[in-house]
Design a protein around this ligand. Structure first.
Ligand SMILES: *[C@@H]1O[C@H](CO)[C@@H](O)[C@H](O)[C@H]1NC(C)=O
Length: 493
């Protein structure tokens, strides 16, 4: 029976002797490389038992004797004096960002007006928040979504630390940049998904899409971890469909759900993405992304967003934007995240607050007096909405005051963890990411023949991918990194 499936030309090979010969040859091919590799790895000593090597298997070639290039014997390698870089900057140890949670081990009370709808809305409304470094920033982000009214059970922190089970098993300490407290997230009622290895931004986005496919989510929200969100409690913007007689304001969640329903109405154009405050909070229509081939993982970080949003645009998808509440892009965590729940005794203060840190700030004394008054009030009553917003505005301001100092430092504030599993040098990790960011921009530039996101303005279209010569002056050298990397596609709608 078996013979019949073998193609005619191979059949004679499988005669009795042929079969034995083929099997022997096959076994040899499989095991030969393994034997020679293990041979090379093992230091040979006089008492070394080599009886596990079958007779007749040739000796592994002596690479050094054969003069294989690159195999310089150790004693002949040129020696250079090792020169060390200056010692990396160290920061003061960070403190528990949410002492109330550690002490009480339960979800703090949520303002009645911010409570999520019960029962849950019929649609799936998962919110994915990626995490690689800086636990205080993540906890602040997650806490702000919950305090603003996003159902905790819909929040999925995607742990992308590349430290395998270390966090789940409690093996990393608070000073380790990749530390994340699984039990505290569970206490808040949010889920944690762990990526199998450290993913780039583009890979992480594809992992979100994969997760959405696996779980049957046709749409999902995702958020950056360095944001601080609030529901618009002062109703600066009125939502069309909200019943203000019954309920004083629509929460961030209610408005986001309303927007999703609006986009899914039958006579709306095909849409791919809805941006709330650029992509700080984004609603994704899964199948649109899959249709255009998902994120280009050869552009690992910056510019990969331009690449996909342009491809979605060229494929005819609508990518509108609007507001659902207040979303601040911040560079520092609050000293006490409990302030977001307006817990008495939890204060909305942060390191680097320009009111205290900037001696040249106009009206600084008056502001400092106000801060002291609010401090006394919050000790008894908890923070007020107005003060939280004022502080969040200063946090946003501080992020942009001095781009070099504020913008990028939140990612590198923890510098401990030496000796813990999967330890990586924090500055080295940062350097590796920066190199990959540059590499991604180079890939983008070569893919579209242009250094920058403004492809539409340049008349470049989807069919031009990998077809165009570089449009920049190559005599400038290999500097792919100039160009206009602004978010040019955001005007599209
Ligand atoms: C993680 O959270 C739990 C529960 O609050 C706490 O007991 C534990 O000490 C925390 N782990 C670290 C390393 O901070």
């Amino acid at each position: 029976m078996l013979m019949r499936r073998v193609p005619g030309r191979l059949a004679p090979l499988l005669s009795r002797y042929g079969l034995i010969l083929t099997a022997a040859l096959l076994l040899y091919c499989i095991f030969q490389p393994a034997f020679s590799a293990s041979d090379n790895l093992r230091a040979k000593g006089p008492g070394d038992d080599q009886s596990n090597v079958p007779k007749g298997v040739p000796e592994a070639p002596d690479l050094q004797a054969a003069g294989v290039p690159g195999q310089v014997p150790m004693e002949e390698a040129p020696r250079r004096e090792k020169v060390y870089k200056p010692a990396p900057e160290t920061y003061a140890p960070i403190e528990d960002p949410f002492p109330w949670l550690t002490a009480n081990n339960k979800l703090p009370p949520i303002l009645p007006n911010n409570l999520p709808p019960v029962p849950h809305v019929p649609e799936h409304t998962p919110l994915l928040i990626g995490f690689t470094r800086n636990w205080p920033m993540l906890l602040q982000c997650v806490a702000s979504y919950i305090a603003a009214g996003w159902p905790a059970d819909d929040i999925y922190v995607v742990e992308n630390t590349g430290t395998f089970r270390s966090n789940k098993d409690g093996k990393l300490g608070l000073q380790n940049p990749f530390f994340l407290n699984h039990s505290q997230l569970k206490t808040l009622g949010v889920h944690v998904l762990t990526t199998p290895t450290l993913l780039s931004f583009a890979q992480l986005q594809n992992y979100y899409l994969h997760t959405a496919v696996q779980r049957g989510w046709e749409t999902f929200f995702w958020s950056h971890q360095d944001v601080l969100v609030f529901s618009d409690e002062e109703v600066k913007k009125k939502d069309r469909d909200h019943d203000y007689q019954e309920d004083p304001y629509a929460t961030l969640y209610e408005r986001a759900v309303g927007l999703m329903r609006y986009l899914n109405e039958p006579d709306m154009p095909e849409w791919a993405t809805h941006f709330f405050a650029y992509d700080h909070l984004t609603l994704v229509n899964r199948d649109a992304y899959l249709e255009v081939g998902a994120w280009d993982t050869h552009i690992p970080f910056y510019a990969t967003d331009c690449d996909i949003y342009l491809r979605l645009h060229w494929a005819g998808y609508w990518q509108p934007q609007s507001e659902a509440g207040l979303i601040f892009d911040v560079s520092a965590p609050l000293d006490d995240v409990g302030a977001l729940f307006r817990l008495p005794g939890s204060h909305a203060t942060f390191q680097g607050d320009p009111v205290f840190a900037d001696p040249g700030r106009p009206g600084r004394e008056v502001e400092q007096d106000q801060e002291r008054e609010i401090h006394a009030w919050a000790d008894k009553e908890g923070e007020t909405y107005q003060h939280l917003i004022a502080v969040a505005e200063r946090m946003f301001e501080a992020k942009w005051v001095d781009e070099g100092i504020y913008r990028n430092t939140w990612q590198t504030k923890q510098s401990g963890g030496a000796g813990e599993p999967f330890y990586r040098d924090p500055a080295g990790f940062e350097a590796g990411i920066k190199t990959m960011i540059d590499a991604g921009r180079r890939v983008f530039a070569d893919k579209w023949g242009h250094r920058g996101c403004n492809l539409i303005e340049m008349g470049i279209g989807v069919d031009d991918a990998w077809r165009l010569e570089r449009d920049w002056d190559v005599s400038e050298g290999e500097g792919h990194l100039g160009g206009d990397w602004g978010k040019d596609w955001t005007g599209i709608d």
